[in-house]
Design a protein around this ligand. Structure first.
Ligand code: TRP
Length: 384
């Protein structure tokens, strides 16, 4: 819970009753500053975020979450991420659930589609690729845990890049693979599904909409009980990362490189590692991008540990880690050591023809902070 009902983060410094939207807007404005966005642009992005959230933005934070959401552990429908490349300010994104607070998933999905279509009109992009999939992902009674999320990449010009996340299990978990195969085929990637690595599940399908140089279709795959050496073999991209690079990222993010003795075959058995396979080139069935997502929050005692791991990864990739530490202070006044989950995931992204990027996903914690773990080191079990 937030300590105060008053939000000191409003741009004017005025005391206002603390609302979900006010809380998230304050965080967004402070993060925009770290990402080097100017104040006017930041203000318009804060407004866009509150518009996307709709009526729940006005909800006082001393009321409990109106509905559950799978978007974050504490049921906040907002998550930030900072993506880092050497020699540049981090790029800021925000993930949102437009249908949060709706009475049921059917309504949640309808709101999601309406909000995306409003954005498309406002910023003049096409929703054709989403429209083609509507029957697959928005059946009359969709299954959970989500219907539609959107991520906005907050660019300097004031017009965000838009990504939409859909649930392959919407028409039933047992139909996920079929739904995904059909969606990929309709989008012009009939061979994509067969190029994916072995999967325990497919939590998301994501689409780039709008003004992208080469819009991607991205398939997320979950890998429970994964070991670093196995992670190294999951990319199916042509010019993807070397296995050793993926393994090293995995070990550092999971905290396994400190004790070399068992690091090699420790499996992450708390929350599954995810990989993401992106498709841009319709001529071949081969992905052009690969991302490894480590749910670091389940393999640390507290966020001080997560931050230290993130900083050492950033240094390895030639990136100044200082903005990440500042971004944690931009979202919360608590010390990193006093909770766990502020850094939800650490990710390594490879996209053909671009330098690798390191991304940190940062929770809003509007509703709750998970207390630090008291046990020794809750990271993983050695393979028996
Ligand atoms: N909260 C969900 C999870 O932890 C979904 C999610 C939110 C997610 N942000 C993410 C998944 C970033 C991967 C990367 O799985």
């Amino acid at each position: 819970m937030t300590e105060s009902r008053f939000d000191e983060a409003t741009p004017s410094g005025a005391l206002t009753l603390s609302t979900l939207g006010g809380h998230a807007a304050g965080q967004l404005l402070r993060l925009c500053d770290i990402a080097g966005l100017d104040t006017a642009v930041a203000g318009s992005y804060a407004q866009t975020m509150t518009d996307v959230l709709g009526p729940v933005a006005e909800r006082p934070l001393d009321l409990p979450p109106p509905t559950p959401t799978f978007l974050s552990d504490d049921q906040t429908p907002v998550e930030f991420s900072l993506s880092f490349l050497p020699g540049a300010a981090p790029s800021l994104r925000v993930l949102l659930e437009p249908g949060y607070g709706a009475a049921g998933l059917t309504q949640n999905g309808r709101t999601g589609l309406r909000v995306i279509r409003e954005m498309a009109r406002r910023w003049d992009f096409s929703t054709d690729r989403l429209d083609e999939l509507e029957d697959l992902f928005f059946p009359a009674s969709p299954q959970g845990p989500l219907t539609l999320w959107c991520a906005l990449e907050l660019r300097p010009g004031g017009i965000p890049k838009v990504k939409v996340y859909l649930n392959p299990a919407a028409s039933g978990a047992e139909r996920s693979a079929g739904t995904l195969r059909e969606a990929l085929t309709r989008l012009g990637h009939p061979e994509a599904f067969d190029s994916l690595p072995p999967a325990a599940g497919y939590p998301f399908l994501a689409l780039d909409l709008g003004d992208w140089e080469s819009p991607r279709v991205k398939v997320y795959v979950s890998h429970p009980n994964l070991a670093a050496t196995e992670a190294g073999l999951l990319s199916r991209a042509n010019a993807g990362p070397l296995p050793t690079e993926v393994e090293e990222f995995f070990r550092t993010a999971a905290g396994l490189d400190t004790d070399a003795a068992d690091g090699a075959d420790v499996r992450l058995d708390r929350r599954p590692v995810l990989t993401c396979h992106s498709f841009t080139d319709t001529a071949s069935g081969t992905p052009t991008g690969f991302t490894l997502h480590i749910p670091v929050r389940d393999y640390v005692r507290h966020d001080g540990e997560a931050l230290a791991r993130a900083e050492s990864l950033l240094l390895r990739y030639g990136v100044d880690p200082a903005p990440l530490g500042r971004s944690l202070s931009a979202v919360t006044a608590r010390r990193p050591e006093d909770g766990v989950g502020l850094i939800a995931y650490l990710a390594l992204a490879h996209q053909q023809g671009r330098p690798p990027r390191v991304t940190a996903y940062i929770s809003s914690e509007a509703y709750a902070v998970r207390p630090p773990a008291v046990v020794e080191s809750p990271r993983a079990e050695a393979v028996g």
